[in-house]
Design a protein around this ligand. Structure first.
Ligand SMILES: CC(C)(COP(=O)(O)OP(=O)(O)OC[C@H]1O[C@@H](n2cnc3c(N)ncnc32)[C@H](O)[C@@H]1OP(=O)(O)O)[C@@H](O)C(=O)NCCC(=O)NCCS
Length: 188
């Protein structure tokens, strides 16, 4: 791995968390990345509730947050949950991605996903569930829509089934399953 790009891990400090993205891009956007901690729990849960997303079983230390340089307030977050690991290849679910409504449309979400992927690279696959209007956002990051059928990993079935029923009622859109094939997605 290039010395310019440092994996974000449990010992990560702000400066190291920034390492994935070119400094200029992050400075221009006015935020930095850091790992979540217990003090973020309430903020994460209330944002998830506001967005009609699942606020249950949240472990803040698994999250990466984007934090405003000046106010030091979180402006976005997300997590990659490990779903299977055969000792060689890891499969993750990308979950709980939210950007502050006032900061949307400025690349924060895209950079957050890139940072999340980088933090867990290399991986075999990354899966996610979302709603139809978000397909373009994830396609730009390399994800592809998958058929909702038996080839989807079993660990996603409950979420997929419940989401297929709830999403049209809660957000008025059908649920979509997407996947990113593994590759070393080091940024830069
Ligand atoms: C989805 C979300 C995380 C995107 O964050 P963001 O910071 O606004 O996204 P970005 O500015 O990085 O957008 C990157 C690209 O995706 C596109 N995009 C962003 N949100 C989109 C959406 N809802 N639908 C379609 N395209 C979208 C942007 O136009 C942009 O394209 P461009 O680079 O060609 O301009 C944010 O809208 C959000 O928090 N939504 C509510 C919670 C949610 O739905 N989370 C996802 C659950 S699966």
């Amino acid at each position: 791995m290039s010395t310019a790009f440092v994996r974000l891990d449990a010992r990560c400090q702000h400066a190291r968390g920034l390492a994935c993205l070119p400094g200029r891009a992050v400075e221009r956007s006015g935020f930095m990345f850091r790992q979540g901690s217990l003090r973020d729990l309430q903020h994460i849960q209330s944002c998830l509730l506001r967005e009609k997303m699942n606020p249950v079983g949240i472990h803040p230390s698994r999250f990466i947050l984007a934090e405003d340089f000046e106010s030091q307030h979180p402006i976005g977050f997300g997590q990659m949950e490990l779903k299977s690991d055969d000792g060689v290849q890891k499969v993750y679910e990308l979950r709980s991605l939210v950007v502050d409504p006032e900061r949307r449309g400025n690349g924060v979400g895209k950079m957050l996903v890139e940072q999340l992927l980088f933090s867990k690279s290399p991986y075999k696959e990354v899966w996610l569930t979302t709603t139809r209007s978000k397909i373009t956002f994830y396609e730009q990051l390399g994800f592809s829509e998958e058929a909702i059928d038996l080839h989807v990993p079993k660990w996603l079935w409950i979420e997929m089934t419940l989401g297929s029923l709830v999403a049209p009622l809660a957000v008025g859109e059908p649920l979509v399953v997407m996947k990113l094939e593994g590759q070393d997605r080091f940024c830069g």
